[in-house]
Design a protein around this ligand. Structure first.
Ligand code: A3P
Length: 279
């Protein structure tokens, strides 16, 4: 079952949502990036949410840090895909977009990965309640699309491999969702160090305290409970769902997990990271 054209379109080999247009994406090729910009890039459902609307932006895990480090730059809708396209892996050379790539070496980029089985499960639930995404009730079909890269942001592997492939070219801090879950304070310190920002002990404590899943769930600035009904059907799910590592085990059957491994494990071995599947 192919993705419905009602929800996605392909541009230069990447899937975009119909809330944008090829013309809009094309216009981003000349997106001006300043040396002082900071980007946070992830594949969807990896612990960061980009632009909700032009005015209202929240970044789970980062939003409280942003309050302390106001220099963060927020990507306009779909620019994550654009930036990803400017950092193609070898095979994606054909889809190279210009503008951004020329400037990116000077910008500071934080790239977050999450284990792809948890990404898949989180993405599946997300698709159920976000009305601009196609709801695919059958998890098997959703998984096959995910493995084939036929979802928004396309292939998880290409996304991660593309960014790690440019580790030496750009100024990138690589973080993992699992490391942040294990030790949020260390992640905050790493980010501050990377950005050359010195926070006081109190500020660090405050960022760490507020950025935990439990606190964000309670915090109206971070929990997305005020998303309008035409964007999120709250009877079908929540943005801050579980926030755990290894939730895929509650969703995937042994057969599904094996199918996933068969499709992705050889590729994953080529990545310069060790995936944490459970904690
Ligand atoms: P789950 O669906 O597994 O709960 P993104 O922001 O990239 O869309 O990622 C969303 C995922 O990150 C969701 O995963 C969400 O609950 C989780 N998340 C968001 N903020 C978090 C936090 N502070 N701690 C742990 N997980 C968080």
């Amino acid at each position: 079952m192919e993705p419905s054209k009602e929800f996605m379109f392909k541009y230069k080999g990447f899937y975009f949502g119909v809330n944008t247009s090829a013309e809009h994406v094309a216009s981003l090729e000349n997106f001006e990036i300043k040396d002082s910009d900071i980007f946070i890039a992830t594949y969807p459902k990896s612990g960061k949410n980009g632009t909700v609307s032009k005015e209202e932006i929240n970044l789970p895990l980062f939003n409280h840090l942003i309050a302390a480090v106001p220099k963060f730059f927020f990507l306009p809708a779909n620019t994550c895909n654009l930036i990803r396209a400017t950092c193609p892996s070898e095979r994606q050379e054909g889809s190279h977009l210009t503008g951004g790539a020329q400037c990116l070496p000077e910008a500071e980029i934080i790239y977050v990965t999450r284990n792809p089985k948890d990404v898949l499960v989180s993405y599946y639930h997300f698709s159920k309640f976000i009305t601009t995404l196609e709801e695919v009730p059958d998890f098997n079909i959703f998984m096959e699309r995910f493995l084939a890269g036929k979802v928004l942001a396309s292939s998880w592997f290409d996304h991660v491999a593309g960014w790690y492939g440019h580790a030496e070219d750009f100024n990138i801090l690589f973080l993992t969702y699992e490391d942040m879950k294990k030790d949020l304070r260390s992640a905050v310190l790493k980010i501050c160090n990377f950005l050359g920002k010195k926070l006081s002990e109190e500020e660090i404590e405050s960022v760490v305290r507020q950025a935990t899943f439990e606190n964000m769930k309670k915090d109206p600035r971070a929990n997305y409970e005020n998303l309008p009904d035409d964007i999120a059907d709250k009877s079908k799910g929540r943005f801050l769902r579980k926030g755990t590592v290894g939730d895929w085990k509650n969703m995937m059957t042994v057969a599904q997990s094996e199918r996933f491994d068969e499709a992705l494990n050889e590729k994953i071995k080529t990545l310069p990271i060790k995936i944490t599947w459970d904690m």
